[in-house]
Structure formats: structure tokens, C-alpha cells
Design a protein. Structure first.
Length: 74
């Protein structure tokens, strides 16, 4: 699993039709302290753990959570 604020990695997974690795995208992470980023991850990992194990792109933002299962087909 990869955690980053760089959306380009999600695009590479989608364009490559890859099913792994799972990726967590932290939106607006530059506005959060590292402690706030960790809190955001810990508060939201449990509901998406099965998705991440199966291969997914998960986007975390304050007040928002989005899951896209991999591979992403056109």
C-alpha cells in the first residue's frame, strides 16, 4: 500500500489497468500537519480495509472518503 498526496500515482494505476498496489490519496494534505494526516488515516482505515486488501484507490479528505476498486476499466 502506498500513501501519498500525489494524484499522479493514482492516474498511473488507472491507466495501467493495475490491480495492485493499493493507494491512499490524501487530498489537501499540504494544509494538514503530519499529526492531522495520521489522525485522518487512522480514523478512516477500518471502513476501507477490505477494499485496500483487494486493491483500491482510496481518497481521504476532511469530511470525504472515496473508494475506487482496482483495476479501473474504461
Amino acid at each position: 500500500m502506498i500513501v501519498s498526496a500525489d494524484a499522479d500515482f493514482a492516474a498511473l494505476l488507472a491507466l495501467g489497468h493495475l490491480s495492485k498496489p493499493s493507494f491512499i490519496l490524501l487530498r489537501s494534505a499540504d494544509h494538514l500537519t503530519s499529526s492531522q494526516q495520521a489522525d485522518l488515516l487512522l480514523a478512516n482505515l477500518s471502513p476501507v480495509s477490505d477494499d485496500l486488501e483487494g486493491g483500491a484507490i482510496v481518497t481521504f479528505a476532511r469530511g470525504r472518503l472515496r473508494v475506487r476498486r482496482l483495476p479501473i476499466e474504461p
